[in-house]
Ligand binder design. Structure first.
Ligand SMILES: [Zn+2]
Length: 138
């Protein structure tokens, strides 16, 4: 009879497998932004879903989009309504810019950041690795 793998080896093997799974699961992938043009307005249909995906408050992303796209915006249930016609490519571009700048940690590339304010200056603070990056005035 073959000798059984000892307990420690089994444990190590299990640990390595779990670690690999966890690692690949943590890699951040942005979800698809669903955009519709209605009349003179641009609607982000899954706005709430995007917010929960990037763990940001509605106000923060609204403020950014309204400034970057030079229009007013307001939430409506699950949706965000932008007060003019904007090509979906441009809306996507701005949301990706927001994610790169304010959500993803520049050190470890994880999305586990929070925005902190110290006086007039804001930082992203990564809860995964502790890195801080200044954002300047926002
Ligand atoms: Zn980090």
């Amino acid at each position: 009879m073959e000798p059984m793998e000892n307990y420690e080896e089994l444990l190590n093997k299990a640990y390595t497998e779990v670690k690999e799974v966890t690692h690949s699961g943590e890699r951040f992938k942005m979800i698809e932004v669903k955009i519709e043009i209605t009349g003179n307005k641009t609607v982000i249909c899954n706005f709430i879903q995007i917010l929960s995906h990037i763990r940001r408050k509605s106000d923060e992303l609204c403020k950014f989009l309204s400034k970057e796209l030079a229009t007013q915006c307001k939430t409506d249930g699950e949706r965000l309504i932008l007060n003019r016609k904007i090509p979906s490519q441009k809306v996507n571009e701005k949301i990706n810019l927001y994610v790169t700048k304010f959500v993803i940690c520049k050190e470890c590339k994880k999305p586990d950041t929070k925005i902190l304010k110290e006086g007039p200056v804001s930082f992203t603070h990564c809860l995964a690795c502790g890195a801080k990056h200044a954002l300047g005035k926002i």
